[in-house]
Design a protein around this ligand. Sequence first.
Ligand code: FAD
Length: 479
Amino acid sequence: MIVIGGGLAGLAAGAALAESGWRVRLFEQRPFLGGRATSYVLPDGEHVDNCQHVTLGCCTNLTDFYQRVGSADKIKFFDRLFFLDPQGRRGEMQAGILPAPFHMTGSFAKFAPLTLRDKLSIARAMLDILRAKGKPRDLDAPSGISMLEWLSRRGQTQGAIDRFWRAVLVSALDEELDRTDARFGVDVFWKAFLSNRAGYRMGVPAVPLANLYDGCKFEIEKRGGEVTLRAPVRGLKIENGEIAGVRFDDAKEETADAYIFAVPHTALAELLPESVKQSDPYLSNLDKINVSPITGVHLWFDRHVMKEPFVTLLDTTTQWIFNKSALYADSNAAGKTAAGEQYLQLVISASYDLLQKSRQEIIDLCLQEVRHALPAAREAQLLKATVIKEAAATFSPEPGVDRFRPKQESSVRKLFLAGDWTATGWPATMEGAVRSGYLAAEAVLRVHGTPKKFLQPDLAPDGFVAIWLGQRKDAVADR
Ligand SMILES: Cc1cc2nc3c(=O)[nH]c(=O)nc-3n(C[C@H](O)[C@H](O)[C@H](O)COP(=O)(O)OP(=O)(O)OC[C@H]3O[C@@H](n4cnc5c(N)ncnc54)[C@H](O)[C@@H]3O)c2cc1C
């Protein structure tokens, strides 16, 4: 078995197949594992993530993957989410004593950045999500309309759109509301905030991202497999309509019983011969899947300027501030930040407006916003700063994009696909990538006559949601 690509999709497929007794050979073009969800060491010894990555309680397959490779204890989970607007109004989201779907009601009622009118309009839309999810045959919102359209059909106030829906969804889906399929937006609220009390809990790695994958390499190697870095695949050999090998530099070739291509869709489009693309409508349409950008800004201050582990800023270019010094506090691989200093990482999703700006312009803009939001930063000296722009951070969850996402078993014999962009039902996330890897591993085993399940179920609805969904099912069964 050959896996090409050492991002989460390739690692998840590789670990699952190794565990099932396959000899996995994984080839990654870069000198480290993790793909987009990785970290580097800067020349001065500082560890920086390729942007902060967070998970949620509802990401059941990512949790399973971290457990499988022994990294689960490196993720810190938080029950409180903090929000702050430019007027200094603070809000928190936290589950209270009520059962789902009312568990956030207490903190939502006190949420200062929203007016009563905003909150009433949000509550109405939440009810609509619950009603839609209660329909046994039509569990998803209709695909094809944008989230903004979905919200305006439900009379959402401008405050609710800007300070609630946009604040949550642009970060979760890396796209503006008018370019996001409503199905993805509705799903975020259903899975993370309504169906289960634990779905919204935010998990943040307590170590640099690259440190999460050592166990995966070990899993593959201990079962006789290999993980080869700096090994870009340059092409495919096709014979009699099936893959007969993959080509590397220096005319080197490798062959296997099955090949999982776990590379971004843009990379796959460059590797596939035209004849293969033309034989499969999904493979010929890879260029219809668009991409959206994320910008990460890393700031080091000469003193501590923030106490919270992270905060969401409202109405600013900067969307999230992560207190990396606090998050890495227990890690011995945290880099060089000295005890009295503080390292903050800022995230701006769907950062189209920043792509043309220079790094210095972005630092100046973000620094101004950080100093406005965090009074202690006004006196503090900025020691150094760096900006990482990812122009193709994720695929864009545009209305109707699902029709271009291929299944993991392709129509070409021995060719399997994985990657957050394949058909998982999820947007471009680490959870989506792991799901795709597990689905690709399942497809390989199915085709070889040894079926096995790796995909984990979603969090089960709990509280009143479970009771209500159970009643709806019974009512339908009685009919
Ligand atoms: C800035 C940023 C912030 C993000 N934040 C979050 C977040 O907070 N939460 C979240 O859930 N998700 C987040 N994501 C999305 C998440 O990183 C991705 O969805 C996920 O990591 C994709 O994994 P993948 O394995 O599908 O693809 P990738 O990670 O892209 O892996 C593909 C791998 O294939 C390799 N490759 C490509 N071509 C070849 C070749 N020819 N030969 C060999 N190897 C090759 C690449 O080097 C890469 O390692 C973020 C992404 C970015 C960029």
